[in-house]
Design a protein around this ligand. Sequence first.
Ligand code: GLN
Length: 195
Amino acid sequence: MKRVGVLSVQGDVSEHTTFLSKVCTTDFKVSEVKTKDTIEQVDALVFPGGESTTIGKLLREYEVDIVLKKIASKGIPILGTCAGLVLLAKEGDEQIEKTRQPLLEVVDIKVSRNAFGPQRESFEHTLEIPVLGGKPYPGVFIRAPAIDKSWGKVKSLCEFEGRIIAAQQENIIVTAFHPELSGDMRLHEYFLDLI
Ligand code: GLN
């Protein structure tokens, strides 16, 4: 039985948990994780969207930032969506620098927060994601970030309006959009295949 954890600090934790429960076969156990011990025991981890400034502060307060870096470097598959993408990034834009928002600095990307406008300009758009096959993928963007620069072992998985909005660095997948709200299971399946 493989343990899939959903980091339950803040944000759309229940949406990911509910969606994963539909995607996962009986070989997987999905549970919410927040403590050092439970995070260290997962075979894969989902890092949900939400408010990255709040999540970043809480990760430090709960002292789980170090554990997250540790499991990432051990090769445990991690799926970071939206605020999860922001927090996994190695570098941030001017706004992130100015506010000294803490990042985990795990994925070799430079990220811009709110790259497609504020909350009221949230939108849906179909995307081409070659690793998921030819069928268009329904992208849900809510105050989404974008990847301005990538280096090292990072591979772009998807671009939209000339910007990278999904990428993979070995065991880690990051998306600017919300796959758990798409109704399309392919991205979660691709992620679970990394285990
Ligand atoms: N832009 C938000 C942030 O940086 C993320 C939005 C989201 O996760 N839906 O916190």
